[in-house]
Design a protein around this ligand. Structure first.
Ligand SMILES: Cc1cc2nc3c(=O)[nH]c(=O)nc-3n(C[C@H](O)[C@H](O)[C@H](O)COP(=O)(O)OP(=O)(O)OC[C@H]3O[C@@H](n4cnc5c(N)ncnc54)[C@H](O)[C@@H]3O)c2cc1C
Length: 458
């Protein structure tokens, strides 16, 4: 009896969605070989380069991904970018199925005047910089002014505001880059203001992230009680609501009742205000904001509607955190409005809704930038279920050829899993020397030089 030929699947992107896809494939009843292809020399996507460095327990989910990487039939192709080193059409020829899980790399825009003034940054860039992403280390964030404005009311905005408020002692044990620690600790910031378009009942924080703002060593959290007054629609929504919004509202009430502890920085949370322009002569000097009222739109949603009441808030830096956005990949149908690959539950479809056999997607590039890390597990499992159903139905074309041969022909330096392990060991050793969890390698040269010490596998 001959052994069954394994199903050969390429997974593009090594964040949570990529690893949960690999894991679901490994659990299949038939044998499956999974190659994860990643443009960086390092795996874990936003777990390494997005999740805040002062949240090591959340970053520790990578331990679960390490177990997936150790399963038979798994390979990691780091430093290989689909769309640059290999085209979509080539990948579909090489593999029986391709799953795109390359996340949402860019930011949504506010669409207001002054958005591109020097000193106005997307939070995506700031987050990537303090986390050591090698593409963002040349950026210089000027934190010398007194006030920073963070636009947005979600968990990323909270992360960014909190990172700006951390003290030297709070940052020291983390794997924040040295440049970022130096800039944050040495900054002249006295106030960090977060702007929320809607009210306290609609804020998209998870309760622990919000509560944490009340426990910072170097910053008092301030909320104006007047901004916690609820309009009738929000009050009714809160009455019926899930525990999350109610818990957040209670926490905000607690913040509003606090007296200042005289800490060096203030973290001010504002609600029902939107930026309408970023002002400045050659660089950011202020943000013009408008007060909003909340209106129930009849369909169950509560909308922010601007009033005539404007205010100018001086500041020296603006961090815009109004959402991540996926980028298209040549040859793969893309929904420009939502910034995701066109798909039905993970099966990629063309503009007419016809399935593109053998091509799937998972994670943020499938559903948009929502949910927590664990959300990607269910999401990836749903995609893999459909992929395996298509395999059983004989829909998948058998791939032919080897990715490693194509990459060798093109002189692409692949960082395989042992290459990443060498980087990991080096970073942990550097951390141990300094009594820190990890000191990251942050340049392409350092990362590739470290990975090159390991013999290639393929
Ligand atoms: C700032 C921030 C903080 C967060 N904090 C938390 C938190 O505390 N807790 C929590 O549960 N969730 C958190 N999240 C959410 C969580 O990170 C996401 O749900 C998750 O990372 C999405 O997974 P993904 O695999 O779809 O995308 P990603 O994690 O972005 O992974 C995509 C991968 O694809 C790679 N890639 C991109 N293009 C290509 C290409 N062309 N070829 C090859 N590879 C490519 C990228 O380099 C990346 O490694 C946070 C998100 C952000 C942005």
């Amino acid at each position: 009896m001959t052994a069954e030929r394994p199903l050969r699947v390429a997974v593009v992107g090594s964040g949570p969605a990529g690893f949960y896809t690999a894991s679901a494939l490994q659990a299949a009843e038939r044998s499956v070989e999974v190659d994860i292809i990643e443009r960086l020399p390092t795996p874990w996507g936003l777990v390494r380069l997005g999740v805040a460095p002062d949240h090591p327990n959340i970053k520790a989910v990578s331990r679960a991904f390490e177990k997936i990487a150790r399963q038979p039939g798994f390979r990691f192709f780091g430093n290989v970018e689909i769309g640059r080193d290999v085209e979509h059409a080539e990948l579909t020829r090489l593999y029986d199925a391709v799953v795109y899980s390359f996340g949402a790399e860019t930011d949504r825009r506010l669409g207001i005047p002054g958005e591109d003034l020097p000193g106005s940054w997307p939070a995506t860039a700031f987050v990537a910089w303090y986390n050591g992403h090698p593409d963002y280390q040349h950026l210089e964030f000027d934190l010398s002014g007194e006030r920073a404005i963070v636009v947005g009311n979600g968990n990323v905005a909270v992360d960014v505001a909190r990172m700006l408020a951390l003290t030297a002692e709070e940052l020291a044990p983390t794997d924040t880059t040295d440049a970022a620690i130096e800039a944050i600790v040495g900054s002249g910031l006295a106030e960090i203001v977060m702007l929320g378009r809607r009210g306290p009942a609609q804020a998209a924080f998870t309760p622990p992230e919000l509560q944490e703002l009340g426990e910072l060593a170097g910053a008092d959290v301030v909320v104006d009680p007047l901004e916690l007054e609820l309009d009738p629609a929000s009050a009714a929504a809160l009455e019926e609501d899930r525990a999350t919004a109610r818990r957040n509202f209670e926490t905000l009430g607690d913040f509003a009742a606090r007296q200042s502890d005289g800490k060096p920085r203030t973290l001010r949370l504002r609600f029902c205000v939107s930026p309408v322009a970023i002002l400045g002569d050659g660089r950011v000097e202020a943000v013009e904001i408008v007060r909003n009222v909340l209106v129930a739109d009849g369909g169950g949603a509560i909308r922010a509607v601007p009033t005539e009441e404007h205010e100018i808030v001086p500041c020296s830096i603006v961090l815009r955190s109004v959402g991540y956005r996926g980028l298209p990949l040549a040859g793969v149908p893309f929904d420009e409005t939502r910034g995701v690959i066109r798909n039905e539950d993970g099966r990629v479809v063309d503009e007419g809704g016809r399935r593109i056999d053998g091509v799937y997607c998972a994670g943020w590039i499938k559903r948009g930038p929502t949910g927590v890390i664990g959300t990607n597990k269910k999401d990836a499992a749903e995609t893999v279920e459909l992929l395996l159903e298509d395999d059983r139905a004989g829909v998948l074309d058998t791939g032919s050829g080897r990715l490693e041969d194509l990459l060798a022909e093109r002189d692409v330096t692949v960082v395989e899993y042992p290459g990443w392990e060498a980087i990991d060991s080096c970073e942990l050793a550097r951390g141990a020397e300094q009594g820190r969890a990890r000191v990251k390698l942050t340049s392409w040269d350092e990362l590739l030089a470290c990975a090159r010490q390991v013999e290639p596998l393929v």
